[in-house]
Design a protein around this ligand. Structure first.
Ligand SMILES: Cc1cc2nc3c(=O)[nH]c(=O)nc-3n(C[C@H](O)[C@H](O)[C@H](O)COP(=O)(O)OP(=O)(O)OC[C@H]3O[C@@H](n4cnc5c(N)ncnc54)[C@H](O)[C@@H]3O)c2cc1C
Length: 438
């Protein structure tokens, strides 16, 4: 056997698939009869459920990512984008960060490219909107919220203050609700260091097109979450759509209009663009048509899983597995086993997992959970959220770092510093050069 397994995407599915292949093909990887390559623009896997905690400053951003090269020493990691898959020729086009694209041949492909924010053609959205799927976005948002508190504190113009202190989140799934709840909690806590800002001066608006929030925890706990958010003074607008946000002037479908400096878009995800340009069959929602055995429908030597794949849910016939980590991590295990089985000429197995519910953090010591029918709220749910995600974050090294971050936060006050200038590191130097010219 001399096989090259190429994994497109080093997120949940990519990392866990490669980890298992590394274990199952230990001997083959050593003697070179099997090679595994992962291609991803980043050199790390992002543990996305920790993005809200990183935005709130409870976790260091470096501790919620797993470095691919360290975790997967037996695999080759290439940083860049796969821009085309030619499965007939068994090649992908790889675009590295520098230089010309090149073709890479493979024998087996694993499509694990995940998803991107699903946006709509709303006027102004591309100018002021920000997503919440990457470490960069989470940390930029944290810096932005804290910076805008500084702006409001330093201004006497009520219009400037009002605009700076108005934050809008569109989409009330777990990404939107957790991001909003954590950032609101952090901003409220931070007001104690400002003389001129009270917690009530900060306006948080959650806009949701349907009639419910946090569907992942079921109707009862979703209703409780809605009440909690409203009790905290957050304006939750259900059955409402964002109509436009040109120059930060927000117009909602219920007729409400106001100005806001910040608009976070978390209204759903769609498969990574490589899926559409991938030369593999796609379904009506733009996902890779995938079988219950995690192979690509009607195609040999191609596997898919996670947010980019339309995997039939065998526990609920007619439905597909939802795009979440719970499925992604379990699918990766079955997918890797099936890659091994297919190369050894064995029968493939079916992916079967019944969704067990979800946990969500709503700020420090606050949470909501509905797992295996056990419904929790407040502190017990928050504790469960933390212990569950701690058990899930990849590698012992990261687990220890996360615990250290949380332990430090127990003894010291929250960090409330905006390091927004890190996004423009050359500004100071450019200003110095400009003074020399003068
Ligand atoms: C804020 C937030 C909170 C969440 N919380 C939860 C939770 O509590 N519980 C839960 O179950 N789920 C949660 N999720 C969802 C979960 O994180 C995703 O379902 C999961 O990450 C999907 O795994 P994946 O491997 O399909 O995609 P990802 O983990 O997103 O990985 C895809 C990878 O592919 C790479 N890639 C994309 N395009 C290309 C290309 N063309 N070439 C090469 N590489 C490419 C990307 O860079 C990325 O690294 C949350 C998501 C977010 C954003």
């Amino acid at each position: 056997m001399n096989k090259h397994i190429l994994i497109v995407g080093g997120g949940y599915v990519g990392l866990y698939t490669a980890l298992r292949l590394q274990r199952k093909f230990r001997r083959e990887l050593r003697d070179g009869s099997v090679r595994v390559t992962i291609i991803d623009p980043n050199s790390y896997m992002t543990y996305q459920p920790f993005l809200p905690e990183a935005a709130a400053g409870n976790l260091s951003p470096r501790h919620m990512v797993a470095p691919l090269r360290r975790v997967l020493p037996k695999a080759r990691i290439l940083n860049g984008l796969v821009t085309k898959v030619d499965h007939n020729e068994r090649t992908v086009t790889f675009q590295p960060p520098e230089g010309a694209p090149r073709e890479i041949a493979y024998d087996v492909i694993v499509m694990a490219a995940g998803s991107i924010s699903r946006t709509l053609p709303i006027p102004g959205l591309t100018d002021i909107g920000i997503g919440f799927k990457t470490v960069g976005e989470a940390i930029a948002l944290r810096n932005r919220v804290l910076h805008l508190l500084d702006v409001a504190e330093s201004s006497e113009d009520p219009e400037v203050r009002r605009r700076a202190l108005t934050f809008v989140v569109v989409g009330a799934g777990f990404a939107g609700v957790e991001a909003l709840a954590e950032l609101e909690d952090m901003a409220k806590h931070s007001t104690r260091y400002y003389r001129n800002i009270k917690a009530a001066d900060i306006r948080w608006v959650l806009v949701e097109a349907t009639a419910r929030v946090l569907p992942e925890v079921g109707p009862e706990m979703g209703k409780w979450t809605l009440e909690q958010l409203r009790e905290r003074g957050i304006e939750v607008k259900l059955e409402t759509r964002l109509e436009s946000c040109v120059d930060g002037h927000v117009v909602l479908s219920d007729g409400t209009e106001f100005d806001a400096e910040t608009l976070v878009w978390t209204a759903g995800v769609k498969p990574s663009p490589i899926v559409a340009g991938g030369g593999l069959p796609i379904d009506e929602r733009g996902r890779i048509r995938t079988t219950t055995k995690l192979t690509v429908e009607g195609v040999r030597d191609a596997f898919a899983a996670g947010d980019a794949a339309g995997v039939p849910d065998v526990t609920t016939p007619g439905e597909y597995c939802a795009p979440n980590a719970q499925h992604a991590v379990r699918q990766a295990k079955v997918l890797a086993d099936n890659v091994v089985r297919s190369l050894r000429g064995q029968e493939l197995v079916e992916y079967r997992h019944k969704y067990v519910g979800s946990v969500a953090g709503l700020g420090l010591h606050q949470g909501v959970a509905n797992v295996y029918g056990v419904k929790l709220r407040g502190f017990p749910a928050w504790f469960m959220h933390r212990t569950y995600h701690l058990s899930r974050v990849p590698t012992l090294n990261r687990k220890v770092r996360v615990v250290v971050d949380w332990t430090l936060a127990l003894f010291f006050k929250r960090e409330t510093i905006s390091l927004g200038e890190m996004e423009h590191p050359r500004d100071g130097f450019r200003a110095a050069v400009a003074t020399m010219r003068r």
